[in-house]
Design a binder for this molecule. Structure first.
Ligand code: 8YV
Length: 326
């Protein structure tokens, strides 16, 4: 019995062998169809050990996601691997040093998803400040006839602090401008722009009404949003995290939300996702979403298309379109 999902499971075939690290149920149809045009596609999590041994040695291309964990040890199972195409922009789960040693090219899906992540950050800002979710529940509970919904907080004209002014951070800044907000940022690369640059995260936090985290997860950014930064953000400040859970110290965040050291938080990413601390879920001053930053039909279609174009270029001996610099 074959565990291949490819219609032509013929090992003698010279079509490239592509191995997906995500299960078939998690791969969008459009991505699967495109990849099947590029080679023979196998789904690693659904293969028996013996099948993995056989196909692993033949695989020239791996398909991963932003949440894949690809270590040197994982790579040992794929001695012929020359490329990994990730369906996502963040690559914190990939051991870049190991990839370099092996001469493996990693591609990701930048740009096409920036608008969606920026939109979600803004939806959180608006929802936290204007209490849209709470107002909706309040109305459904039939409380309107007893009086008006409590006054909330204005967004327009406020200070928007962006921690990480990359492609997505810049889109968040542009949305802030449309809301007549003052824009401040601190950026690990120290780039200068028309917006106000702060030398440290702490100074940015002191200044900000909304502090949006949109830096990559690295050793340098691990838990950098800690008790001190949250204290600096202050009782009227909101934290929004659309980057990675590891950038924020969850315990410090829970403490600061409980004690109202900050006003509230909007979180799309979590340290132990898909598991979310019960304490966070119990707090009224949070908005929690299940890592949906890029989760629209349109964006996922564009991401799939970019993955396929990268793989197609590579298997045909051309340069991939969006390689990650390494
Ligand atoms: C992924 C993400 O897009 O792209 C990223 O870095 O965090 C995610 O939104 C999603 O997991 C699909 O792979």
């Amino acid at each position: 019995m074959s565990f291949s999902v490819s219609p032509d499971d013929n090992v003698a075939s010279d079509r490239p062998v592509l191995v997906s690290l995500l299960p078939s149920r998690a791969m969008p149809g459009i991505l699967r169809e495109g990849l099947e045009q590029c080679g023979r596609l196998y789904f690693w999590p659904e293969m028996r050990y013996e099948e993995q041994e056989r196909i692993g040695t033949l695989a020239s291309v791996l398909i991963g996601t932003a949440s894949s964990r690809v270590t040197a040890e994982v790579l040992r199972r794929f001695p012929a691997c020359r490329m990994i195409a990730s369906f996502g922009v963040g690559y914190d789960g990939y051991d870049m040093a190991a990839l370099k040693r092996r001469g493996i090219v990693l591609t990701n899906t930048p740009n096409v998803l920036s608008d969606d992540v920026a939109d979600l950050a803004f939806a959180m800002i608006l929802n936290l400040s204007r209490g849209i979710g709470r107002a909706d529940s309040w109305l459904r509970e039939g409380r309107w006839p007893d009086g008006g919904f409590p006054l909330q907080t204005r967004v327009s004209g406020k200070r928007l602090g962006i921690f990480g002014l990359g492609r997505i951070g810049s889109e968040i800044a542009r949305r802030g401008e449309a809301f007549h907000m003052q824009i401040g940022y601190t950026d690990l690369t120290g780039k200068n722009t028309k917006w106000q640059r702060f030398p440290t995260l702490k100074e940015l936090a002191v200044w900000s009404d909304y502090l949006v985290v949109i830096v990559p997860a690295t050793e340098a950014t691990h838990h950098v949003v800690d008790a001190e930064i949250l204290m600096a953000l202050g009782t009227k400040g909101y934290l929004i995290n659309v980057a990675r859970g590891s950038v924020v110290n969850t315990k410090a965040l829970i403490d600061s939300l409980k004690t109202r050291t900050i006003a509230g938080a909007g979180l799309d990413v979590f340290e132990n996702e898909p598991y979310v601390e019960a304490e966070l879920k119990a707090l009224p001053n949070t908005i929690l979403t299940p890592h949906i930053g890029t989760a629209t039909l349109e964006t996922r279609r564009m991401m799939a298309d970019l993955v396929v174009r990268n793989v197609h270029a590579f298997v045909n001996g051309n340069k991939p379109i969006t390689p990650v610099a390494n």
